[in-house]
Design a protein around this ligand. Sequence first.
Ligand code: FES
Ligand SMILES: [Fe+2]
Length: 343
Amino acid sequence: MQVESERKGADERLSRGLRNYWYPVFRSQDLGAQPVGIKRLGEDLALWRDSEGRPHLFTDYCAHRAAKLSLGQVHGDILQCWYHGWQYDTAGRCALIPTEGEGCPTADRVRLTSYPVEDRGGLIWAYLGDATLFPPPPLHVPEELESHDWNGFILPVVWQVNWLLYLDNLVDPMHGPFLHARSYTLSGGTRQDSMRVVETDDGLVSERVAQRLVNFDGAEFHLPSWFRVDIPYPRSAGPGGPLHVLVAATPIDENSSAFYFVRMRRVTGWKWRLWQLTWRLYLDRAAWNVIEQDRVILESQRGLESRRGEHLVGSDLGVIRLRMLLQRELANQDARGVPLGPQ
Ligand code: FES
Ligand SMILES: [Fe+2]
């Protein structure tokens, strides 16, 4: 009983994310000159680009009377609130309160919560945590995203699914031959196997014991929330070898998440153009078919309530170990006195 209640407590605390980590929060190409309002890890945030295109991420509430800053306007390196025109610089400091004029002492005191942000590999990454108590480590971006040898597509979606259920899904290859029995590549192979899990520096590898590179047979997990999966592609998919799937999950709140599905192959030049063509002709549809199968089944679960009364078996080894890893990380942060963040 105690184990059950401890696990439930950890689930609740993790339900809006594990703070003090870098997360992808937006696809770069989707952020233009206008600020956008997003919710990530339960917080409302304003994302905007300055005059040089650098992204910035603030709390979405103006320090004056809490109007949404994402409804405001960008003027060079200033984000201006729509309501009464308070102006904020790129560090979140109040640069001007127009109704009071220059030299207003209130402006000097006001500073918005802002988060470190980097625009890399086609995604905007934010360090969602307390940078004072727990200084952000350098951002590690999956190497394929920044390599000239790899090319592909980034597909962002928002689902009504708690992020933890999605982690359970991707660390569990044994759902492949069932849920994806009708798909382009994922139906082959055996339906019975045991699992092996090995911890790594920043996560774990979960893989089938008796089958490799037949379909979805294993996954690398990297804290806090991204995966790498190799999927063999048939000859009909053209040159480029196996499909590298990268997936990052970023919690929005307890009931929804932003997912970034990246499909990469080692292709350049004409091979990359050929892949773009086959992607448009049919591989795009094949990818969305599989993504939709996962969405439908995950949205059919009862959120984190689905973890109550479950019956885990041998094939769930990856699920069990990933949950343990997150709980351990949470306990490590507690031990270092790092608060959970806005509750
Ligand atoms: S609420 Fe933003 S300027 Fe008044
Ligand atoms: Fe799946």
